[in-house]
Design a protein around this ligand. Sequence first.
Ligand code: 9MR
Length: 449
Amino acid sequence: MRSLRSGLVTLVTGLTALGALLVAAPGAQAADTPLRDLAAAKGKVIGSAVNPAKLTGTYGDIAGREFNSVTPDNAMKWESVEPSRGSFNWAPADQVVSFATAHNQQVRGHTLVWHSQNPGWLANGTWTQAQLSSILQDHITTEMTRYKGRIAAWDVVNEAFNEDGTYRSTIWSNGLGQDYIAQALTWARAADPGAKLYINDYNVEGVNAKSTALYNLVKSLKERGVPIDGVGLQAHLILGQVPSSLQQNIQRFADLGVDVAITELDIRMQLPATDAKLAQQAADYKAVMDACVAVSRCVGVTVWGFTDSDSWVPDVFDGYGAATPYTENFAPKPAYYAIAGSLGGGTTQPPGDGCTAVYSVVNQWSTGFTGQVRISCSGGSLSSWRANWTFGAGQRVTQAWNANCTQSGTAVTCSNASYNGTVPDGGSVTFGFNGTWSGSNPAPVVTLG
Ligand code: 9MR
């Protein structure tokens, strides 16, 4: 048994009628070596989609520290950059590019030619083929020229195929014919010859009808001398369903002479997240990472948002979430350590590995509340513990039981009592306290240390 020296744990908000309970996060801090350093040592990219409005504070710190590539989640899409014709809004996209420059990161440009998130003026307009062609060429040229030299890779064409491998019916395929893809790539090369040009899609991670259609397209583009540098496998995956042919599929694209990138990785689960599901998710993340690491032309992996509070999944898949490597309170999840492990960092979860702390409010009245912290271990153990947190809204602890608690300013430290320092593997310890609050009573992030 070891004493837990450090460990970022957390959580809880979402009280069910003040009923309590909540999520557990792994009892650990980020591994010593940031993911980006591990990735760089392997010559790989580890990236995240980022929301430019959030790139400050803890979110910005993690984005800058852990990743060597960023992809704007929405800021470079057509509806974002040209909401009305001829009127451009580059500010959010600029923010991402400046952040990347400041943090010595690559940028993946996303995305130039898509059926979705196009501005109304474009989607609802009536265009001749010639007009549509010149609108598309202008768009590609304008956006790529603005960021020329600062974008490592562009998702030039996004989601061109149906699940059965036929071409998706879109404003582009309908208006310009299937060769819009070759035209777009050719215009893109002319606009920024230094950027790697990708075709990106989802449900093309394993060998299947859709990925085979993409394969055949890339093969024919290469044969025709159309500029194409890479294939993006989005990888919006479901827990326990990493395709077994992932590495084989990456390899067959690589063998065509193009790079491959995992561009939008997330692995969703039915909520609530449990330890077992988080362990499965870690194994799934590792499988994806390992497949990329194993193929030299797989340039790297980008996650589609790095925290669970920053993921598209809960908005789109009812009852699903927890798809990213960090909890919504920025605690690294087992998936984080799986990524680190695959990149050669070992699965170096700090002491206290397997121990989690859960903060909850069990009762609340006009000026006071009763709080509880439960420390549980599964796959680890503790011989002593200390739980630390900062109250964010002026709350104060007035009395505690089953722990010795002190508060200085906003900082609270609770250490074990003489009789409950031991938390065996598979066991748990709970302590409680009364406190005061006014205005709001948000749940703090708890650090075990
Ligand atoms: O993360 C994006 C989300 O905020 C948008 O609402 C959504 C709209 O389609 O697009 C999300 O990103 C998508 C990406 O651009 C292309 N592949 C699928 C991603 C998830 O929907």
